[in-house]
Design a protein around this ligand. Structure first.
Ligand SMILES: *[C@@H]1O[C@H](CO)[C@@H](O)[C@H](O)[C@H]1NC(C)=O
Length: 217
């Protein structure tokens, strides 16, 4: 074990392979969907494979959702192999854990409800754009309810299990999501800005036509 982790080895057992695998799975998922979605945006390879943008986006949604289930399974497996800590074993941390799990899931589920499947699972990259920016709950309390809700659920599980390693892995989740937000937001903003320009161009073309029509009258 590297010596700088030594002082924490009673909290987190860094020698467990399952911890490494869980860390990898957490980092892999957003990396995967960003690479695939940007490739779809550039080449439409999923749309072509599935015959339509809608079908392609649903296929990607099923894949991302399954990868999420696998990641959650690997996380729980990693926690089971880790030491507990007395400070996390009382009733209070357990209840706090359940509250975090409930609120985290509420954010994730309500956000999916608001955005729909294609809105949640990268439909923008398939050219399936939302008509309006969603501002209702949970988007009135955070602009990334999916990511923060998921992070809360990880922390909640860590507390329910009473495992400091879960808090460490939650830190990994948070860092990965913060990087993902930095990487994704400018890109999707660009997709919508492009549509804005196109609709502006179309409406000014229509206006020009109208003016032309009037001239002819
Ligand atoms: C967000 O919206 C929900 C549901 O409409 C509402 O109950 C809540 O008070 C709002 N929160 C904020 C911070 O505006």
């Amino acid at each position: 074990m590297s010596s700088f982790l030594e002082p924490y080895s009673h909290l987190v057992d860094f020698s467990q392979r399952s911890l490494l695998i869980s860390t990898f799975a957490i980092a892999f998922n957003p990396t995967f969907w960003n690479i695939v979605a940007r490739r779809e945006y550039r080449t439409r390879f999923i749309t072509r494979a599935f015959g339509s943008a809608q079908a392609g986006c649903y296929a990607l949604a099923v894949t991302i959702f399954s990868l999420g289930l696998l990641r959650d399974f690997l996380y729980e497996r990693a926690l089971r192999a880790q030491p507990s800590h007395p400070l996390l074993e009382g009733d209070l941390p357990t209840y706090a854990g359940y509250v975090l799990l409930a609120f985290g899931n509420l954010l994730v589920i309500s956000s999916t409800w608001q955005l729909g499947i294609t809105g949640t699972f990268l439909g923008d990259y398939f050219g399936i754009l939302m008509d309006d920016i969603v501002t209702g709950f949970p988007f009135n309390i955070t602009n990334a309810p999916m990511y923060y809700g998921s992070t809360m659920s990880f922390l909640g599980s860590a507390l329910v299990y009473g495992k400091p390693a879960g808090i460490f892995l939650t830190g990994v989740v948070l860092v990965v999501y913060l990087v993902a937000i930095q990487y994704e937001n400018p890109f999707t903003a660009g997709i919508y800005a492009k549509r804005g320009q196109q609709t502006a161009a179309i409406s000014s073309a229509k206006k020009a036509k109208k003016v032309e029509g009037k001239k002819e009258l």
